[in-house]
Design a protein around this ligand. Structure first.
Ligand SMILES: Cc1cc2nc3c(=O)[nH]c(=O)nc-3n(C[C@H](O)[C@H](O)[C@H](O)COP(=O)(O)OP(=O)(O)OC[C@H]3O[C@@H](n4cnc5c(N)ncnc54)[C@H](O)[C@@H]3O)c2cc1C
Ligand code: SF4
Length: 485
């Protein structure tokens, strides 16, 4: 703690985001970047707490929530090093706990900041921005370089799925010398980092940059291969000493109401994927699912819904409404809790700037979709609900709203079954792959599971944590002991 009075002298300050009205004109990152002096002064606000809640990642059994960073990032240490201008040392500390700070530094909702002790009575330390600045400095300075392992163990591991869990797992296993192949059914590597999280939140060259580094370190990537279809799970298991399943929780919740089959009603991730592929392929013509000139209804008020709002705004929708069946979230949560609040996210800010009001409506659900003669959705019948344990429609509140594009963003129901069934992997009571947290081993010998496939739909930071943990346990299984954290 280089400056013991920093937290009294310096106010929290983040570089401003680009204005909503301007940024909806492109697909680039909208966050501003701070200069060295500001970054060091912000880092000086850290109090180097005796109990650094930011870094603890302690779980609460009652809410299944975590307080602080699930990766146990060494936040007070790197805050101090940044304050003192020791950026390379800060980078070294950051990489000790986090394989991909450039992803979390961009998209993590920052439970570390919710838990920051300073946040009890002052705005939190700008931890996420500092994390991002350390890793980008590392790339700019050439400090982040391929470091292939000095020797190979002769053991082969297959990782299925190339999202943050699979990438973190592969990175760790490769570091200790195993020969790792990552299988991905999509045409590009990255899981939801590539197709899911939109470009303005995470520019895709950042994902490619890390994947390229891993290639140079010896990890093999096979895109366009669906294990269970193009290659059987049994063959994969037979060809490898161990298999780690990191296939995500890709099974979306549906809304089986009348008119669901109409053209123009889509699952959120399908819509986001089409848009992202269109951008990556050169943005010729228009995307196959297009909000341009349409009244858009987003059903679901979570982060994926927000990404649909941000994408529809950039595609040039005519109007935008976002409905959520549950009542309005609280404006803030008591320290150190972390979770959903009603603070507008980037998408709502953009819709409000363009259309004059926050697009979200709470305690509302859809009853049916109405189409035209060509089978295209034209309207949606909405109704208010009141909550008494379960949602109950409010009589007389039914109304029809125009909608030319409806995006279903109501969460996920766990992993897909094809590969899990073929390998006869046991499931837990929420249909996820059953593998105890910390051990990550399934009921099938030599097969591990990590990330959303084991935990259910979660966060990038948790996927990285689980990928690292599964790599550690896989290494222990292969070698009898492990030095991986
Ligand atoms: C739209 C959206 C936005 C999000 N935004 C954020 C955010 O801002 N911040 C945040 O922290 N979290 C966010 N999340 C959550 C986060 O992306 C996930 O928790 C995380 O990506 C899970 O990582 P994973 O590696 O377990 O799975 P995934 O990222 O889902 O990757 C799994 C991969 O496995 C592949 N796969 C599946 N089955 C097979 C098979 N049989 N053979 C080969 N490949 C297979 C899939 O194609 C996929 O690429 C978001 C999620 C969504 C849907
Ligand atoms: S809780 Fe906040 S002030 Fe305390 S060590 Fe962590 S970042 Fe610094």
């Amino acid at each position: 703690m280089g400056n013991p009075t920093g937290f009294k002298e310096v106010e929290r300050h983040l570089p401003p985001d680009r204005a909503p009205a301007e940024r909806i004109g492109d697909w680039q990152d909208f966050h501003g970047h701070a200069g060295e002096e500001q970054l060091r002064s912000q880092a000086s606000r850290c109090m180097d707490c005796g109990t650094p809640f930011c870094h603890t990642g302690a779980g609460r059994a009652d809410t299944r929530q975590t307080v602080g960073c699930p990766l146990n990032n060494l936040v007070p240490e790197w805050n101090d090093l940044v304050y003192r201008g020791l950026w390379q040392d800060a980078l070294h500390r950051l990489h000790k706990t986090n394989n991909f700070p450039e992803f979390t530094g961009k998209v993590c909702p920052a439970p570390c900041e919710s838990a920051c002790v300073l946040a009890i009575n002052e705005p939190a330390v700008t931890i996420k921005n500092t994390e991002w600045s350390i890793i980008e400095r590392g790339f700019d300075e050439g400090w982040v370089r391929a470091q292939p392992p000095p020797a190979r163990t002769g053991k082969r591991v297959a990782v299925v799925g190339s999202g943050p869990a699979g990438l973190a797992c592969a990175d760790q296993l490769n570091k200790v010398g195993h020969t790792v192949t990552v299988y991905e059914r999509a045409d590009r590597i990255g899981g939801l980092l590539m197709y899911g999280i939109p470009n303005m939140k995470l520019e895709k060259h950042l994902v490619d940059r890390r994947v390229q580094l891993m290639r140079e370190e010896g990890v093999e990537f096979r895109a366009g291969v669906e294990v269970g279809r193009d290659l059987s799970g049994a063959d994969l298991r037979a060809q490898n000493d161990a298999v780690v399943l990191c296939c995500g929780a890709t099974n979306p919740r549906d809304l089986p109401i009348p008119g669901r089959e109409l053209d123009g009603v889509h699952q959120a991730v399908g819509y986001l994927t089409v848009n992202m592929r269109w951008l990556l392929d050169g943005a010729h013509g228009r995307p196959r699912i297009d909000a341009a000139g349409k009244d858009v209804l987003v059903i679901g008020g979570g982060d994926t819904g927000t990404d649909c709002v941000g994408t529809a705004m950039r595609q040039g929708c005519r109007s935008l409404t976002q409905i959520e069946i549950v009542p309005q979230f609280p404006a803030a949560l008591p320290w150190p809790e972390f979770g959903r609040t009603s603070t507008p996210d980037y998408g709502q800010e953009e819709a409000a700037a363009a259309f004059g009001a926050d697009p979200r409506r709470y305690s509302v659900t859809a009853q049916r979709f109405i189409g035209d003669a060509a089978g295209r959705v034209r309207k949606v019948h909405l109704v208010d609900v009141e909550w008494n344990g379960a949602p109950k429609p409010v009589a007389g509140s039914e109304r029809a709203v125009p909608a030319g594009l409806v995006l279903l963003s109501m969460g996920f129901l766990g992993p897909e079954s094809l590969l899990l069934d073929e390998l006869r992997i046991d499931r837990d009571d929420r249909s996820n792959a059953a593998a105890e947290y910390g051990r990550f081993t399934t009921n099938v010998e030599g097969v591990f599971a990590a990330g959303d496939i084991r935990r259910g739909a979660s966060l990038v930071v948790w996927a990285i944590m689980e990928g690292r943990g599964a790599a550690r346990e896989c290494d222990r299984y292969l070698m009898g002991s492990t030095l991986l954290p």
